[in-house]
Design a protein around this ligand. Structure first.
Ligand code: SF4
Ligand code: SF4
Length: 372
């Protein structure tokens, strides 16, 4: 398995285009993966309608570079997503991707309607309900953002594919797969079903801390890519300064044999060897190996951080609307969590527009945590 990391110090288009071209050229060019006339769905991270400088969404100039490469190969670029909150057109307009689509003549596809996709080889999920548009394209390219993620540790090319789930199905997966490894296994199955032909990561400016929405922009100056999303994400994670093989998705992928150990992944490109010191999200700490697994399961709530709404809460109700088990209610313009119902999925923290959700570690987690 091979991953290319190309240096890219800014979102100046010429520089972005050169970096994206460097990545594809390491794999024989984009023509290795797509043929003239094919409909190619480019899937950026459009979590929410925020300006590009917030580093929540894939930068529009990175999307532009991929759209132009697809067109140059004689294929038809389409851009689609189902944002975490808000409708796709509005989100795309605010994060600058709608303008790129318009200028480049790429159709914007708001994923609104779902259809069934059987996945008989799936190890945890045998049937997904995903955006109808997936069945109407020939190839998919994931164009994700380099970010931390409170629940999954990091979000890159694989987690980006969760956006193929439309509206309420996202919450259903959080309800059905409450443990990190179960959710990660679902993401692995999803990636093996969708099989994007290529993965690009926008790491020019990534996000550290409480990602994927409420962290801080962190300049890394790199664009990473390859034809295995699992390998690309592991190399990205290592560059961020985390233990790549300990992330939930990487753990499952290694266990299933769909990715090789990090040391066996060949890394090429002008950005090879770069590493950064990304601040972890509040809940990244892994207790694996330090206490027996049965104890973690038994004291699940004590070994996971709980969401606590601080004084920045304005009572907008977004967390209540998106909380999968309906554990949040709004009282006196403040969000209140019922911890007996809370499944620690952190959707509230991910989507809170006021950055009002803090993750507080339980007593036992503090006791066993290395960082305390
Ligand atoms: S915690 Fe955030 S999302 Fe929830 S009501 Fe308060 S401000 Fe809104
Ligand atoms: S309160 Fe937050 S962390 Fe708990 S279940 Fe609801 S969205 Fe998930």
């Amino acid at each position: 398995m091979k991953v290319c990391a190309a240096k890219c110090s800014s979102y100046n288009y010429a520089e972005v285009e050169a970096a994206v071209a460097e990545v594809f050229s390491e794999f024989g060019g984009i023509e290795t993966f797509i043929k003239p006339g094919e409909r190619v769905l480019i899937k950026p991270n459009m979590l929410e309608g925020l300006p590009p400088e917030r580093a929540v969404t894939t930068h529009p100039e990175v999307v532009r570079a991929v759209v132009r490469m697809v067109k140059k190969a004689g294929a038809i670029p389409l851009v689609g997503d189902s944002p975490g909150t808000g409708n796709t057109e509005r989100v795309a307009a605010r994060c600058g991707i709608a303008r790129v689509c318009q200028e480049e003549g790429a159709e914007l596809l708001p994923f609104a309607e779902a259809k069934d996709y059987p996945h008989p080889e799936g190890r945890t999920v045998k049937r997904f309900s995903l955006a109808r548009e997936l069945s109407e394209v020939d190839k998919v390219i994931s164009v994700a953002k380099m970010k931390t993620h409170s629940f999954m540790g990091i979000t890159g090319g694989i987690k980006n594919l969760f956006g193929f789930n439309v509206a309420t199905t996202k919450a259903q997966y959080h309800l059905r797969m409450q443990k990190r490894d179960d959710f990660a296994a679902m993401l692995c199955d999803l990636a093996l079903l969708i099989k994007p032909v290529f993965f690009i990561i926008d790491g020019v400016v990534g996000m550290e801390g409480n990602g994927p929405r409420n962290g801080n922009p962190k300049k890394a100056g790199v664009i990473i890519g390859g034809d295995s999303g699992f390998a690309v994400d592991m190399v990205m994670t290592q560059m961020m300064g985390f233990e790549a093989e300990k992330m939930p998705v990487a753990r499952v992928a290694l266990n299933w044999g769909v990715v090789v150990p990090l040391k066996e992944i060949e890394v090429t490109g002008s950005g090879k060897g770069l590493t950064f010191n990304f601040a972890p999200p509040n809940n990244i700490e892994s207790l694996d190996g330090r206490i027996p697994a049965f104890l973690v399961r038994f004291f699940q709530n004590q070994f996971t951080a709980r969401p606590v709404m601080n004084e920045r809460c304005v009572g907008c109700g977004r967390c209540a609307r998106h909380c999968p088990p309906k554990a949040v209610k709004i009282e006196n313009r403040r969000a209140i969590v019922d911890y007996n119902k809370c499944i620690r999925c952190y959707c509230c923290q991910e989507l809170c527009p006021a950055n009002a959700v803090e993750l507080k570690e339980g007593f036992l987690m503090r006791l066993f945590s290395r960082k305390k």
